[in-house]
Design a protein around this ligand. Sequence first.
Ligand SMILES: [Zn+2]
Length: 116
Amino acid sequence: MNIDVRTDGDLPGCHRCQGQLYLTARLPHPGFPPRAGQIGVWSRIVGLCPRCDAADAHAHALLAFFAYHPQINEGNAAEFAALVQDWISGMPPPRTVDQRTLEEEITAWRRGELDG
Ligand SMILES: [Zn+2]
């Protein structure tokens, strides 16, 4: 799994509190696996926020890393990568669409069964 991590100064604000994020990570979206011949893959971007993620046990070590390391360098890159993996492993999976349920609902909607 490839994960693009950004920690530069041009990060977007936290979508929850508008505060400054420590990093963003672009993750492949499990509901839309890459297909042969496809250019690019569906992905989602997640942010690490020192305020909003303070209660997330999987984020604690990574937040502490940023508290003690002003930057990522050769000496701490492996530790950083491991902490990012821990953080991401604790994330709930994104909501996905069940294709069959979707088609059943579209059929019901076309028949007018969803009109209330
Ligand atoms: Zn936040």
